[in-house]
Every structure is written in structure tokens, then in C-alpha cells.
Design a binder for this molecule. Structure first.
Ligand code: SAM
Length: 274
């Protein structure tokens, strides 16, 4: 990988300019890319799915670290550049042209090996992709993902924090999440309007059953849909006060103060009543 030309030259030679429609803000500093890969804990022999490799900075760092990478890119302009990278990756890089929102990750990386996801995500699809990986059939062994800072805060927010909401409840019911790196907008080419942060998510050892995860989304949506109201009122369509009582919660509190364990109790209570 060391003999490859700098990313800026690769982009210039291919005549590729960033396209806003694809949320393109590139990390061209390979040392930053290497740092993200270190923070992800990627080691020799790991299997990684990378979404949105673009010109391939993070991809190079992943291959350098010894990972076997499947890189899913929607913008066809990058495919030839990534194929060039694959040619010097000794069979450890597969490039797939696809929309990551629609792709079936299980068919991309068949077998039972644990698969990590590492990505500098396009801002416009970051949250739906995270929800897909949290709730879908594909269960990543870890996720190390760059988001706009505001979304990163919403993932790790604690009860009582203004950013605490549905995304925090769902993420924290299933994973331990930490912000491991902050990046200013100027770290990217072209710089976006907002700063970014990398969140590392590791699945909790005991995942609730799928039906509980679905019910959790339903109760969290209802509770945070009217976050200024007390649970007795925001959860009225799902059972209101009786539901709170069954979950062992005070119906006179607002969603923003209820811990993740309280939402899990609400989900279980709602399933019991249904
Ligand atoms: N990983 C590169 C880097 O760090 O320089 C590029 C990051 S850029 C923020 C997001 C990348 O995701 C772009 O290459 C963009 O074309 C790609 N992308 C956007 N939407 C996508 C989608 N739905 N599926 C797959 N890739 C997508």
C-alpha cells in the first residue's frame, strides 16, 4: 500500500470532484485513516465491511492493518480507483458497486466469521444505516462509524441530556457506544458545514429477543414523539398509566428522564398486554 500515489493525486488524475448528492467529504490524510482503524481495533485476519470507500483512504488503512475488506460504494466513478487498490491488496479487497441501504450484508460476506463495519458514512444515510445494522438480520461484531457530531451525540446521550431520544435508547439497548474521536470539518475535503465524530459500538453480550427490539422501537417512538408530555399521556395509545405501572415506572415522568432499562421494561410490558 505504501507505494500507492497520494489520494489527492488519485482524485485529480481521475478528474473526480466531490458530489454533494452522495454526501462526499473525503478523508485524504492517511494518518487520520490509520488512527480510525486503530481505534476500531482492527487486526490481521479481521473481516470488515466498509461502506462508502470513495477514493479509498480508510480502505487503504484497513488493508494495511491486515483486514480482509468488502467495500460497498454507490458512486460508480470510484469503482475503477478502488479496483486499482484491490489489485495491490493481495486478494484482501473486494469492491462492490451497490447502495448500502439496499444491500444484503449476509450475502456479501457469507460464512460465520465475525464481521466488523468500519465507515466514514455519508451524512444523509448515516442514521438509517445504523438502524439497519442494529435491527436487521446482519449482526456486525463491531461498528466504528463516522457521523456528523450531532448524530454521534444522539447515539451516546444519557437520560436527562437534551440529545437523549429514540436513537440513544435503541443503540444503548443493544450496544455499548463511545465517541472515540472528534474531527473538525477542516479534516475533510471538501469541508462539510458541521464537525464530525467517530462512534465505536460493540454489541452487548445479551441481546434482547427480536420482538422486544421491535416493541422497544414502538414505545420509544410514541414516548419521544411527544417528549414534552408525561408518559401517561404520550403512551396513551399503548396503554398509558396501566402500561407504566406494569413496567414499574412512574407515569408522571417524561421520556427524556427514563433510562434504557425503563424502555426495555415498557417494551416487555407492552408485549405482555398485546
Ligand atoms: N470513505 C471515504 C473517505 O473517508 O474519504 C468517503 C467518505 S464520504 C463521507 C461517503 C462515501 O459514501 C462517498 O464515497 C459516497 O459516494 C458513498 N455513498 C453515499 N451514499 C451511499 C450509499 N447509499 N451506499 C454506498 N455508498 C454510498
Amino acid at each position: 500500500m505504501n507505494e500507492l500515489p497520494p489520494l489527492r493525486e488519485v482524485l485529480a488524475a481521475a478528474g473526480i470532484a466531490a458530489d454533494k448528492r452522495f454526501g462526499q467529504h473525503f478523508l485524504l490524510d492517511l494518518n487520520l485513516c490509520r488512527k480510525i482503524v486503530r481505534l476500531a481495533g482492527v487486526a490481521t485476519g479481521d473481516r470488515v465491511i466498509e461502506v462508502g470507500p470513495g477514493p479509498g483512504g480508510l480502505t487503504r488503512a484497513l488493508v494495511e492493518a491486515g483486514a480482509t475488506v468488502t467495500a460497498v460504494e454507490k458512486d460508480p466513478r470510484f469503482i475503477p480507483l478502488l479496483q486499482d487498490l484491490a489489485a495491490s491488496a493481495a486478494g484482501r479487497l473486494e469492491v462492490v458497486e451497490a447502495d448500502a441501504l439496499a444491500v444484503d450484508e449476509m450475502s456479501l460476506a457469507p460464512g460465520n466469521d465475525p464481521i466488523r463495519v468500519v465507515a466514514n458514512l455519508p451524512y444523509n444515510v448515516g442514521t438509517p444505516l445504523l438502524v439497519k445494522w442494529l435491527t436487521g438480520r446482519f449482526r456486525p461484531a463491531s461498528m466504528t462509524l463516522m457521523f456528523q457530531k450531532e448524530v454521534a451525540r444522539r447515539i451516546v446521550a444519557a437520560p436527562g441530556d437534551p440529545d437523549y431520544g429514540r436513537l440513544a435508547v435503541l443503540s444503548q439497548a443493544l450496544c455499548r457506544g463511545r465517541v472515540v474521536m472528534d474531527l473538525p470539518a477542516r479534516a475533510f475535503t471538501p469541508p462539510p458545514k458541521v464537525d464530525s465524530a467517530v462512534v465505536d459500538l460493540t454489541p452487548l453480550p445479551h441481546r434482547p429477543p427480536d420482538r422486544t427490539v421491535q416493541a422497544l422501537q414502538t414505545v420509544a417512538q410514541a414516548a419521544f414523539g411527544q417528549r414534552r408530555k408525561m408518559l401517561r399521556s404520550s403512551l396513551k395509545p399503548l396503554g398509558g398509566e396501566a402500561l407504566c405501572q406494569a413496567a414499574g415506572l412512574d407515569a408522571n415522568v417524561r421520556a427524556e428522564t427514563v433510562p434504557v432499562s425503563g424502555f426495555l421494561a415498557l417494551a416487555e410490558a407492552w408485549l405482555d398486554r398485546a
